[in-house]
Design a protein around this ligand. Structure first.
Ligand code: PRP
Length: 215
């Protein structure tokens, strides 16, 4: 019997695009397209088993070996620093980590800057490098509300299209870094299933290059 590779995919629009890339690379699993509430899909012939997890949980499944490989955003990898290998930039799910605030915001360097974010570690690292004194206000969602209601001076958050900021009269003040989806692997799986994981990485890498050259 063929050895199976367990793949954790992020639930949602990005995950569907990522699955399409696996399919085009020859790692298909037609059952995944059936509309139901199933969470695990296996194609024994090809040797892959996919499962959908919350995007921010992919790295945990991979780090602990419940999945051999998975796809996680660079934001999650930087924030949680899971002990995994990062194998490939999939060049999708592209957005940026940015500082945003009200357009009339002016920083007063004599005061501690109040920063609301889901990404406390990224924010601390960024402001630490600038030697800027900050007070982190950790929130779990709807971060844009914080500067509007005066809970914080600025936010550190993901900006994709920019429409959430625009619709709430906020602007990007500084870009921290670009973000995209990455293929990651469990360290033990990479050792013991090396040939299979390398073959998947190479096939996906070819897809990434093909997409880039097709614009
Ligand atoms: C993310 C992020 C912004 C929004 C940015 O939120 O926190 O709110 O997407 O996207 P845009 O630039 O295309 O408008 P998400 O949808 O993950 O929800 P959240 O409020 O739970 O963080």
């Amino acid at each position: 019997m063929k050895r199976m590779i367990n793949v954790a995919l992020p639930k949602g629009r990005l995950g569907e695009k990522v699955y399409n890339m696996f399919e085009a690379a020859g790692y298909d699993c037609p059952a995944i397209r059936e509309v139901n509430r199933k969470l695990i899909f296996t194609n024994e012939e090809v040797g892959v088993s996919f499962f959908w997890v919350k995007p921010s949980d992919v790295a945990i499944y991979v780090e602990r070996g419940a999945a051999d490989i998975g796809v996680a955003g660079k934001d999650i990898l930087l924030e949680y620093r899971p002990d995994v290998y990062e194998l490939l930039d999939l060049d999708m799910g592209k957005c940026r980590m940015a500082v945003a605030g009200r357009s009339d915001f002016r920083d007063d360097p004599t005061r501690t800057l109040r920063v609301a974010t889901k990404f406390s570690r990224i924010a601390k690292t960024y402001y630490g490098e600038l030697c800027r004194d900050i007070d982190i206000i950790h929130l779990n969602g709807s971060i844009e509300l914080a500067p509007i209601l005066g809970l914080s001076d600025v936010i550190v958050d993901i900006v994709e299209t920019g429409s959430t900021l625009k619709e709430n009269d906020l602007v990007v003040l500084e870009t921290i870094l670009p973000i995209s989806a990455r293929l990651i692997a469990n360290k033990a799986s990479f050792k013991f299933k090396n040939d299979d994981i390398r073959a998947i990485t190479a096939a996906l890498g070819a897809q990434v290059e093909a997409r880039k050259s097709n614009g």
